[in-house]
Design a protein around this ligand. Structure first.
Ligand code: FMN
Length: 193
C-alpha cells in the first residue's frame, strides 16, 4: 500500500540539524516507494492562537492564514514526521505556535465528537525528530509531552522518536555517529508497520 507521508520542518534554519534529519527521512520514504510532502513552517503565515475559543462552536478557527491548508494536510496524511529543535527546553516557537493552532481539532474531537481520520485508512503513526545543543538529560522532556499530546489529539500513534543531544552548530548532525542511520531505520519502520 502506498502511504502519504507528511514531513514538517519546524526549524527556522533551513541548513539546520533537524531539517537535515527530516530530509534523510523523506529520502528514505521515497526510496520505499511512498508519497512525500515536505512543509517548511518558515514558508507559511501562521499566527499564534488567541485563546478566543471561537473554534469551540464549530471547530473552525477565525484567524485567516495558512493554518487551514496545513490542517487539511494533517488530516490526509497516513504518516507524520515532525522535525523541531529544542529552544529553551521545549519545542521551538514556530512548532509550538503551529501546535496551539490545532485547537479546532481538539474542539471537533472532544466537544463535537467528530472523527478526524478517514474511517478506512491505515493506523496513523508519527515520528518526532529533535536536536538539542546541550547534553542535559531531561532536555527533550517538555518537547516530547507537547508532541505526544499533539499526536494523540490527531489520533496518531507516537513512534520511538529520534532525539540527539549536544549538537548545536547548523548541519553538525551529519557528524553524529548514529543519527542519519537511526533516522533511516526509524523511517523504514514507520512505513512498514
Ligand atoms: C533561541 C534558542 C534557544 C535554545 N535553547 C536551547 C535549550 O534550551 N537547550 C538546548 O539544549 N539547546 C538549545 N538551543 C540549541 C539548539 O537546540 C541547537 O542549536 C539545535 O541544533 C538547533 O537545531 P536546528 O539546527 O534544527 O535549528 C537553543 C537555540 C536557540 C537558537
Amino acid at each position: 500500500m502506498t502511504l502519504s507521508v507528511l514531513g514538517i520542518a519546524c526549524s527556522p534554519r533551513r541548513n539546520g540539524n533537524t531539517t537535515r534529519l527530516l530530509l534523510e527521512a523523506m529520502k528514505t520514504v521515497q526510496a520505499e516507494g511512498h508519497m512525500t510532502e515536505l512543509v517548511y513552517l518558515s514558508d507559511l503565515n501562521i499566527n499564534p492562537c488567541q485563546g478566543c475559543n471561537a473554534c469551540s462552536a464549530k471547530g473552525i478557527c477565525i484567524i485567516k492564514d495558512d493554518v487551514p491548508k496545513l490542517q487539511e494536510k494533517l488530516i490526509q496524511a497516513d504518516r507524520l514526521i515532525i522535525a523541531a529543535p529544542i529552544f529553551f527546553m521545549g519545542v521551538n516557537a514556530q512548532a509550538k505556535i503551529m501546535i496551539d493552532r490545532m485547537q479546532p481539532f481538539w474542539a471537533r474531537k472532544y466537544l463535537h465528537h467528530q472523527s478526524l481520520i478517514k474511517p478506512s485508512g491505515p493506523e496513523r503513526i508519527g515520528l518526532f525528530l529533535s536536536v538539542a545543543g546541550t547534553e542535559k538529560v531531561d532536555v527533550f522532556k517538555c518537547a516530547e509531552r507537547s508532541i505526544q499530546t499533539f499526536f494523540h489529539m490527531l489520533d496518531i500513534h507516537y513512534a520511538q522518536p529520534c532525539l540527539y543531544r549536544g549538537v548545536d552548530q547548523a548541519g553538525k548532525i551529519i557528524e553524529h555517529p548514529t543519527a542519519l542511520g537511526d533516522v533511516r531505520r526509524a523511517t523504514q519502520a514507520l512505513t512498514l508497520s
